[in-house]
Design a protein around this ligand. Structure first.
Ligand SMILES: [Ca+2]
Ligand SMILES: [Ca+2]
Ligand SMILES: [Ca+2]
Ligand SMILES: [Ca+2]
Length: 254
């Protein structure tokens, strides 16, 4: 009798343990749920993207939410609005960067420290930690790949093709910092004349010649060498990089 009741207690305990073990699995299945089958889980839709977890195409533009996110489009703004060009909460930080940095698309002050997310990034502070926690800004140019990457702390914000110097007018290689931000410049020399060139970041000077990363409106051959030594960037991308960069931001050219 005693033996039997001990066995039944042991069995009840085993069963209880079994159900306790099942609980986290059930919770996991719940968070992995994609009710509208658009490729984003209900949790992601509610917490990150602020899309409708019960409607596959939140903005009714014919593309489902998951497709739009994968392609870099906003699932909330219709048409071909890019995440990089919309700012849902008007805090000066675009939706693409908010998703990368882990801030809230619809909360202009994600860490509640009374400074807007975008203002914090512009000034070099982490928008996810209340108070004045600094993050590095790094710009990395690969002349081999004719490509530029820039990052805030450990988060890469963008990577895109550039045009560096032609063989006769090479881009200086090394570790630099942003020395000056010049909104508009006039570039000219033998056989070229480019007035009103926007968004210029000076990173060095060699024998009296200043070198910049800057917007270029006179060609669209990004991905191949083309310049007199500067780093050419397309206008749309340069506007964001210029906004992001500060005097002292690190620039590495390889
Ligand atoms: Ca979904
Ligand atoms: Ca859509
Ligand atoms: Ca924003
Ligand atoms: Ca803040």
């Amino acid at each position: 009798m005693a033996n039997r009741s001990a066995r039944s207690v042991a069995r009840s305990l085993w069963l209880a343990g079994f159900f306790v073990a099942l609980l986290p699995m059930a919770a996991l299945a719940q968070t992995g749920l994609d009710t509208d089958a658009d490729g984003l889980t209900d949790e992601e839709e509610k917490r990150q993207y602020h899309t409708d977890p019960n409607t596959a195409d939140t903005d009714s533009d014919g593309f489902n939410d998951g497709e739009e996110i994968a392609g870099g489009y906003s699932p909330r703004h219709g048409g071909k609005a890019l995440l990089l060009t919309v700012d849902s909460d008007q805090d000066f930080l675009n939706d693409a960067w908010e998703l990368r940095l882990g801030t809230d698309l619809q909360n202009p002050d994600s860490d509640g420290d009374r400074f807007l997310d975008g203002t914090e990034v512009a000034a070099g502070y982490d928008p996810t930690v209340a108070g004045k926690v600094k993050r590095d800004k790094r710009i990395d140019v690969s002349l081999d790949r004719q490509e530029l990457t820039y990052a805030f702390g450990n988060t890469v914000l963008e990577t895109f093709p550039i045009s560096g110097g032609l063989p006769g007018t090479p881009t200086p290689v090394g570790e630099f910092t942003v020395l000056a931000k010049v909104p508009v410049k006039h570039y000219g020399g033998a056989g070229f004349d480019y007035p009103n060139t926007k968004w210029n970041l000076q990173f060095t000077a060699v024998r009296g010649l200043r070198y910049y990363i800057h917007g270029a409106y006179w060609h669209n051959d990004f991905g191949q060498p083309k310049s007199h030594g500067c780093v050419n960037v397309s206008y749309d991308r340069m506007e964001r990089l210029y906004w992001f960069s500060q005097i002292g931001s690190r620039v590495t050219i390889r």
